[in-house]
Design a protein around this ligand. Structure first.
Ligand code: ZN
Length: 395
């Protein structure tokens, strides 16, 4: 085990309260890490989390969006309700960390730290249940399937906020490259939208030695990919952000055959709907026009994924204040840079006011890397933060 937080001599009751059982939470986090489960298959994970919450006195509703959980705890007569969400799923990655608690499930890995997020929320849950130092309703949301962008949407469509109303909802993500225990807040768009396009450029196959008898879709694709760079540089307002990436290209199998078609897969990111619309309009138009100029055809399947994650102003200001109050200004980055990754908590923030924040994971490998490791040193401060946030919101 790592040596974690300053334990003895702390004057902060939350800090010393959590420190008393931190070892147990870290052991739990490492157990979840050893048995990672993919989106909507988080059965073991969900069962463990639900049983912990029940044992601490929460009213636990399971089976929301399959493996999702909402745990409710009421204290006093206050009418305010806060929601705090953690995700639970892992990724289809073969772990390469060599840790003694590395994944036991071949090809599946907690490479995004959702084992950590769930453990942080459990650490806070236990403290809040044991001390009950709040007046109102606490709702802890354990969400499945964040990695495939489906869990939040499904929980909402299964009546999450009708069955378990909240006045605001909060979530967090650990962030490699930011010092451990450093908190980051962004007002407005904090993470990008994500959309995908599958494009097939269809020409006419033929002999590689007789190109004049064929229509070469490879050349048309090359031209399209080059022209695609003009969408960000020439169409999108230079003050806005957009990403267009061709991540996959497949055609042909022999050097002397002109293939019939080329298949391309693109991902697009943006921070607002206006730019997102613009990409959706320009990319297919460009694909068609470029293909046509070579006598080829472009078939475009443009799939909208999920929107940008947009933090609400008032709730973000509140969340930021709580962090400054708890840890001091030096630990809080009030102008954290928005990230071009995506996060399906975006759907929860479309349904409810709230804010999504970041906690530094130190100098670790990046998220979704086979070498990534969640740093357990974050658990104590992040759990302490959730406690303070809930206590302050439900004063
Ligand atoms: Zn994640």
């Amino acid at each position: 085990m790592n040596v974690i937080a300053p334990i003895s001599g702390s004057n902060d009751p939350v800090e010393s309260g959590i420190a008393a059982y931190l070892d147990e939470i870290i052991a739990l986090r490492r157990d979840l890490h050893q048995y990672p489960e993919l989106a909507f298959q988080e059965r073991r994970t969900s069962k463990i989390i639900a049983s912990k919450l029940s044992s601490w006195g929460y009213e636990v509703a399971t089976g929301i969006a399959g493996t999702g959980i909402v745990a409710t705890l009421k204290r006093g007569s206050g009418e305010k309700r806060i929601g705090i969400r953690a995700d639970m799923d892992a990724l289809p990655i073969e772990e390469a960390t060599g840790l003694d608690y590395a994944s036991n499930n071949p090809g599946v890995m907690h490479a995004c730290g959702h084992d950590g997020h769930a453990s942080i929320l459990l650490a806070a849950a236990r403290y809040l249940a044991e001390t009950g130092n709040f007046n109102g309703t606490l709702r802890l949301i354990f969400q499945p399937a964040e990695e495939i962008g489906a869990g939040a949407r499904r929980m909402i469509s299964e009546g999450l906020f009708e069955r378990f109303p909240v006045d605001a909802v909060f979530g967090l993500h650990n962030w490699p490259g930011v010092p451990t225990g450093q908190f980051g807040f962004v007002e407005g768009a904090a993470m990008a939208s994500v959309d995908q396009a599958n494009i097939r450029i269809v020409g006419k196959g033929g002999h590689g030695a007789e190109p004049h008898r064929a229509i070469d879709p490879v050349l048309a694709s090359a031209s399209f990919i080059t022209a695609l760079q003009s969408v960000v540089s020439r169409n999108v307002d230079p003050q806005e952000m957009a990403v267009v990436t061709v991540g996959s290209i497949h055609a042909g199998s022999a050097s002397n055959v002109i293939p019939e078609s080329v298949e391309l897969k693109l991902t697009m990111r943006a921070f607002n709907e206006r730019v997102r619309e613009q990409l959706k309009e320009r990319i297919p138009a460009l694909a068609r026009a470029q293909a046509e100029s070579f006598g080829a055809l472009a078939e475009v399947d443009y799939r909208l994924g999920f929107p940008a994650l947009t933090n609400h102003r008032e709730e973000t200001a509140f969340a930021r204040e709580v962090a400054i109050d708890t840890f001091g200004g030096a630990k809080v980055e009030i102008d954290f840079k928005p990230r071009t990754a995506s996060e399906d908590f975006a759907f929860m923030l479309q349904a409810q006011p709230g804010s999504y924040l970041f906690v530094g994971n130190g100098d670790s490998a990046p998220l979704h890397s086979a070498h990534y490791n969640f740093d357990d040193v974050i658990i104590a401060p992040a759990a302490r933060y959730w406690v303070r946030l809930a206590e302050t919101f439900l004063r």
